[in-house]
Design a protein around this ligand. Structure first.
Ligand SMILES: Cc1cc2nc3c(=O)[nH]c(=O)nc-3n(C[C@H](O)[C@H](O)[C@H](O)COP(=O)(O)OP(=O)(O)OC[C@H]3O[C@@H](n4cnc5c(N)ncnc54)[C@H](O)[C@@H]3O)c2cc1C
Length: 456
């Protein structure tokens, strides 16, 4: 009988194209563990919406492993200590895992390697970000140049199928019960609208199958929130139910796929950023913004609360924030408009918005969230200048958001396309719809003045 291996799952909850699964399964009997560790990530412990997703994704993975007779061992506590403990309990000679780029996972991997024989595999990005280098061997700090260099190294390795056989270890090992982790909301249950999602590898594959026929329209459709013009792969990619290589190989070569593949590469770029700047989630990419005069105090808090609830008086922002609360996801164009509104019109620190997205997005991802917030804020290493302020009312009209607003802001459902983007300006806002927290012209002027003050 060969020695057992332990598989350590994190945000890589799949069996197909999972190099750690393939390596462990081909070497001998396998035990599999997932550890819920709310301390390892410090301030970045997973938020409420992701807990919902995690519950269902773990249930799906456990079912898939169970078909092979391999139980998914669930443990709660210090990830490094628990993985080492389970490795001892099953007598594992090696622990196999995918390498992750979040700074806390990199630290945990180093600590675990001190305790067990840890074999790390690649597979969370198209290629490891440190293999995308400038001509002089440096790391990229701008997306466009990063993408050009990454594109030259594509395609990624062809994805491998899930192993047909995975042998389990014979020794029974204690496991928590998933239901006891209380990952699902109960009082109140805010997850009713989350039924648009099917977490798990099978649900991810169905989305991929469906999107193949739509990728041709992506470039035009991706900015229109009223239609389903994007892939909605983001939570599946974040939880690793789908590998980026699977996505690439399925879509590459299809008519119109290139703009989509470029967008997919943003994930790799954000992995690159947090690999070189691990505290990017908290720290401005441009140090000058350390002294920015963000609004603080009671009225700032009141405005923040109105933004979170979708009651800013700007229909496109409110629709986005309500879609986020109801479904755990928001359309990318609207994420940008809502983030810009918070930062520039309300003059609130981007980190407050980043945290709200962190708690409410099913796809909340350290690199993607931080890089995009700093991109919108103008504080990042690669970002829009602060002075480029999105105009929410004209963005809403330009990207034809009428249907989207009607779907998410029922108070405005009776308004026509001609007035729905700016019902207050058109003088037809229903009584129950809030007045704008600040006018666009006034908000823009205040933001520009604050930026000028910071620059001295
Ligand atoms: C302020 C702000 C915060 C964001 N926070 C997150 C986050 O926490 N998690 C997250 O996954 N995305 C985040 N995004 C990026 C983007 O909005 C989502 O990835 C996208 O809306 C997901 O929908 P989709 O899968 O249909 O995307 P598609 O347009 O179909 O794109 C396919 C995939 O490419 C990747 N991708 C696309 N655009 C980006 C981007 N700008 N940055 C990084 N990756 C991208 C995603 O993995 C996405 O699933 C944020 C954007 C903004 C403006």
């Amino acid at each position: 009988m060969t020695d057992p291996r332990l598989l350590w799952f994190r945000q890589d909850l799949r069996l197909a194209d999972q190099a750690a699964v393939a390596a462990a399964a081909s070497a001998g009997p396998v035990a599999a563990v997932y550890v819920l560790d709310d301390k390892v990530a410090g301030d970045w412990a997973i938020g409420g919406a992701q807990r919902w997703w995690l519950h269902h994704s773990l249930a799906a993975l456990a079912k898939a492993l169970d078909k092979h007779g391999v139980p998914l061992i669930l443990r709660r506590g210090d990830a490094v200590a628990e993985v080492a403990k389970v490795a001892r309990e099953v007598g594992a000679v090696e622990v196999h895992a995918l390498h992750h780029y979040e700074p806390w996972w990199q630290a945990a991997e180093e600590a675990l390697a001190e305790k067990v024989f840890l074999v790390l595999h690649q597979g969370t990005r198209l290629i490891p970000p440190d293999q995308v280098r400038t001509g002089t061997g440096g790391r990229y700090r701008m997306f466009t140049a990063f993408w050009r260099a990454l594109r030259q190294q594509m395609p990624p390795e062809a994805p491998r199928r899930a192993p047909t056989k995975i042998a389990g270890v014979s020794k029974p090992v204690a496991s928590d019960r998933l239901a006891d982790w209380d990952l699902l909301p109960t009082m109140p249950d805010w997850s009713k609208g989350f039924d648009v999602w099917t977490p798990g590898e099978a649900g991810a594959k169905r989305r991929l199958d469906r999107f193949v026929d739509h990728v041709e329209d992506y470039d035009e459709a991706r900015n229109l929130p009223s239609i389903e013009g994007t892939s909605r792969f983001s939570p599946h990619l974040h939880f690793g139910e789908l590998s980026p290589a699977q996505v690439w190989h399925r879509l590459d070569g299809k008519a119109g796929a290139e703009p989509f593949l470029r967008e997919l590469a943003w994930r790799d770029f954000t992995g690159n950023v947090i690999d070189i700047l691990p505290d990017y989630g908290k720290r401005n990419g441009r140090d000058a913004y350390g002294g920015f005069p963000w609004r603080r105090g009671q009225t700032a808090d009141r405005d923040f609360a109105a933004w979170t609830r979708g009651r800013t008086g700007y229909p496109i922002v409110d629709a986005g924030m309500r879609q986020l609360w109801a479904t755990g996801w928001m359309h990318n164009r609207v994420r940008m408009i809502a983030a810009s509104f918070l930062i520039k019109h309300l003059l609130l620190d981007w980190r407050r918005g980043e945290r709200w997205y962190w708690d409410t997005l099913v796809d909340a991802d350290y690199g993607n969230n931080a890089v995009n917030w700093q991109w919108v804020a103008g504080t990042g290493i690669d970002s829009n200048p602060f002075g480029r302020i999105m105009a929410p009312l004209s963005q809403s009209a330009k990207f034809d958001a009428g249907g989207y607003i009607r779907a998410w802001v029922p108070e405005l459902a009776g308004l026509s396309d001609g007035v729905i983007h700016d019902p207050h300006g058109a003088g037809c806002a229903p009584k129950e719809y809030p007045a704008p927290l600040i006018g666009h012209v006034e908000g823009r002027a205040r933001a520009l003045a604050a930026n000028a003050k910071m620059r001295g």
